[in-house]
Structure formats: structure tokens, C-alpha cells
Design a protein around this ligand. Sequence first.
Ligand SMILES: Nc1ncnc2c1ncn2[C@@H]1O[C@H](COP(=O)(O)OP(=O)(O)OP(=O)(O)O)[C@@H](O)[C@H]1O
Ligand SMILES: [Mg+2]
Length: 243
Amino acid sequence: MSRDLILQGISKTYANGVTAVQGIDLTLRAGEFVCLVGESGCGKSTLLRMIGGLEPATQGSITSDGQAVTGPGLDRGMVFQDHRLFPWLTVEENIAFGCGESLSPTDKQRSVEEHLELIGLQSFRKAYPHQLSGGMKQRTSLARALAAKPQVLLMDEPFGALDALTRIHLQQELLKLWQKEKITVLLVTHDIDEAVFLADRIAVMTPRLGTFRQVLDVPLARPRNRNEEGFIGLRKTLYDQFF
Ligand SMILES: Nc1ncnc2c1ncn2[C@@H]1O[C@H](COP(=O)(O)OP(=O)(O)OP(=O)(O)O)[C@@H](O)[C@H]1O
Ligand SMILES: [Mg+2]
């Protein structure tokens, strides 16, 4: 059975007649890191929500790990631009929530410890979300999503609300986590530089049509250097498609 995430002929027309996504075919190979870039309103979040099972497609099929996607599932974790942590739970309680209900109390505690360590927030375990910086909140949100042991992590502009330096730190941390956990990642971003830094492939969406203009391979070895010729060349190729 294929562990890939397969989108076939996915379209979405909302009740108001707006077609946000049209005829999307994409296979995310297991363990691959793909970024989705495109202008505001081109259908990125709609596509991600359909993969997450948060809303149905009007046409087409989505298969994750050989199973048709018909709703949310533990195989697909989501991280959004706003952290969406529970304000009444501490960092460790938020992560414990992500573990779900199937673990014994000992295994749950072990998983919480493992994920606290993964995001480097052991000393903030008892803090509530309002006591954390923006970057710490996003790290906690990432840990909560990873605690469910998803095969696919769907991220919708997860660093969009952060300052430039925190963003670069979290990009580096995300890459380490991805390499360690061997999960598949689909990350939506407006930031071309972020996409070239992170992705194995970049899917560029066309404004208004809800289709892919291009799916590009990123043939750069990691760790990537933003000042290196290949990086700059690819960034230019992408910018030229927008401006
Ligand atoms: N619930 C909804 N009902 C009707 N139309 C919607 C709904 N959600 C999104 N749309 C429309 O679908 C299109 C795509 O929206 P979507 O949020 O997917 O874009 P996006 O690429 O994520 O944009 P941004 O980069 O600004 O987040 C837009 O025209 C939007 O107005
Ligand atoms: Mg969006």
C-alpha cells in the first residue's frame, strides 16, 4: 500500500459560486517536504483544509496512506498561522492533548517529555500560552501536532506572524524535526525565500484559477545557504513568476 498522499482531480467550489481550487493533481511522496506558494486568495488554505479533512472537495479524491480522506485524522496533523493553543492549558498539557486518548498515562508522559525536548521548551512546561513569545507558541503548536505521530504535517503559513529572525530560527528547527521524524510536510507560505530554503519541491499556484502553474524541484543540498548562487538563481526564477 502506498504511504504517499495522493490528490487526484481536486476541485472546490464554495456555496457562493467561488471556485477556489480546480483540477489539482499532486502526489506527496512519503517523507517529502513540499511548499505551496501563491498570491493571496489563490486557494492555498482551501487546498490544505481539504487535505486535512476539514472541508470536503467538490470533485476528486484524496488518499492518505492508502485510505480515502473523508474527515480529519491522526495521520494528518495541522499547524496554522495563529497557534490555536488552548489558553487554559499549560505547554505540557497542550502537548498531552495532542497525544490523543489511546496512550497509557506513562506513555503519554513519555511522549510529552520527548516533544518538550524536541522543541526545547522543557523549562516552560508549566507556562500558559499568554506567557510565551510568538515563536514559543508556534513551537508548542508544532509539538502538539507532532505528538499525535502524524505521517503528514500540514502547515498553513506557520511562521507568517513572526519576526524575520525568529522565522529563520524556526525554519532551521523545522528542518531538523522533519529529518528526525521522517514525516511528509506540506507547508503553505507567501515567502519565496522560505520555500527555497525548506522544500524538496515547490508547487506554485496560479492567481484566481486555483490550479498549479508549476511544480519545481529544488535541487539544492542541505543545509542550504541563502547567499549561494543556486539558491539566488532559484529565488529569482520564482520571483519572476510573480512580479
Ligand atoms: N468559506 C468560504 N466560502 C466562500 N469562499 C471562500 C471560503 N473560503 C475561501 N473562499 C474563497 O476561496 C478563494 C481562495 O481562498 P483561500 O483562503 O484558499 O486562499 P489563500 O491562497 O489561502 O489566500 P491567503 O494567502 O490570503 O491566505 C478566495 O477567493 C476566497 O475568497
Ligand atoms: Mg490562506
